[in-house]
Design a protein around this ligand. Sequence first.
Ligand code: ZN
Length: 149
Amino acid sequence: MDVRELYQSTILDHNKRPRNFRVPEAANREARGSNPLCGDQLTVYLRLENGVVEDVGFQGTGCAISKASASLMTEAVKGRRLEELEQLFERFHALLTSDAMRPADTEGLGKLAVFSGVREYPVRVKCATLAWHTVRAAARGDAATVKTE
Ligand code: ZN
């Protein structure tokens, strides 16, 4: 499969059957994100324990790219330490904002690499990065609703 086909089939699959599309039990962090350009709105929930993402989920509505990206984000950050989450954010963001004419630097991104295809559609970059901005805000507690038990 070439990159474009892989991109399309991954987006379609995760849009149709989003992973972790739920509020995790005992979630202790959450943040809301919205992308007014497209109308994407989502809430990301985390259960953090000792600096590790023990569980993650999301809810919301949006286009196929925003939903697929949120779904893949949850798979990518689950079980990671907060520092790793920050690193993944940086890599993913750098990939999506890099020049579409140059080869994509997808090192360490695993399945997330399919989003290099989004570089060809600049208006869609915000759809793809929304879940990442939101999960980072939740992890940091920035402008997030921090819940206590
Ligand atoms: Zn969108």
